[in-house]
Design a protein around this ligand. Sequence first.
Ligand SMILES: Cc1cc2nc3c(=O)[nH]c(=O)nc-3n(C[C@H](O)[C@H](O)[C@H](O)COP(=O)(O)OP(=O)(O)OC[C@H]3O[C@@H](n4cnc5c(N)ncnc54)[C@H](O)[C@@H]3O)c2cc1C
Length: 388
Amino acid sequence: MSSDDADVIVVGGGAIGLASAWEVARRGRSVTVLERFDTGHDRASSAGLERQWRIQYSEERWSRLALETLPLWHALESAADRRLVHATGSLWFGRVGLATSEGELRAAGAVLERLGVPYEWLSAPEIESRFGFARLPADHEGFHQRDGGVIDVKGTIGALSRLCALTGVRIRGRERVRAVEPDGDGVTVRTDDGVHRAGAVIVNAGAFADEVLAPLGCPLNPRVFRMSSAYFARRTAEMDLPTWYAFLEPEDGVGNGSFYGFGHNPWTGSGLVRAASDAERPVEEDDPAAPRLPHGGDLATTAAWVRDHIPGLVPRGIRAGTCLASLPADSGRQFHLGTLPATVPHGERVVVQSAGWAFKFVPMFGRICADLALDGHSAHHHPASALT
Ligand SMILES: Cc1cc2nc3c(=O)[nH]c(=O)nc-3n(C[C@H](O)[C@H](O)[C@H](O)COP(=O)(O)OP(=O)(O)OC[C@H]3O[C@@H](n4cnc5c(N)ncnc54)[C@H](O)[C@@H]3O)c2cc1C
């Protein structure tokens, strides 16, 4: 074993890559993270300030996994001595029966009911009077789930980076992985700077996973797209919102017409609140990580929706941003998570997590990736998210 070798190499230093590395290191094994840029950069998916924390899913297994993940968030918070998940409540409303990449209202409510998770079903007038929305169509409905809320993205990445440093994880920034080659003894990882060896590799490269999976003959072909959002000022300091998602049909009948947003986040003190259109914009550059401006049309649509339906906000977006997202091509699948298929020789040495609305599962997916890399199985791993 040379000084560059490790028990496990993690490709990608986003939130999930750092969580995987910390999990491996906590178990006393050596681990190196290879990150194409520097950790904490904003060119991939773990960008921006907030992510939604929610228990509701249209499929019970993901709600169960969210419930199992919450204690892992609390463990991470206590190890890092910082609150990361803020239970500001989660409000879902809009057109019942509309299927979106988030799920569907009635089915998600039914899952909460079955699991005994408290929630309140609300009419449009109730949503307006309790949460400050206005002019909602009379047939809109929804629910409030009090334990949902918002996750502190930068806080999570900072916490995991510190914990990785404390547990001896080597993080090599600005080192792009070009190939991952499993064999009978381990895995060779080729980068722009050299060659590394490890017993197993965890690919947490997010939307870029196919860069190393396609040469192995098992591309995931995810849908990769950009989303744009902006911050809005509140008219009064008392005005606030839960984390919310509005299930709406697109006005032009094309794409996703939904919007989502947050209350003012409790950790920056800026008082601004973020809102966004759930529109998916194609990535046209050869390199999806190329810097890109937010989509002007989506920012304008969001500002118009805020003007019409959230009177407590000044409907002029400030501090706009854009973020790279990826979802499995099969809309019936929430994530990709597992080892390479049996068709790839020694593919059991390569673990992959990619695509999906996965920030809420950061500590859980880190644990599952470490389980699969070190033990070959995980008690938390559901076959429905497997690679094949
Ligand atoms: C606008 C938006 C809103 C979202 N909202 C939510 C939400 O409300 N709730 C939720 O749960 N999730 C949400 N998500 C999804 C969530 O942000 C992602 O699932 C999560 O950040 C993925 O983390 P990751 O570490 O897997 O990927 P990334 O953060 O993309 O990290 C991958 C890393 O791998 C590196 N990399 C890639 N290729 C290579 C290579 N060849 N060599 C070396 N390094 C490489 C990249 O530079 C990057 O740092 C949202 C995403 C977006 C974009």
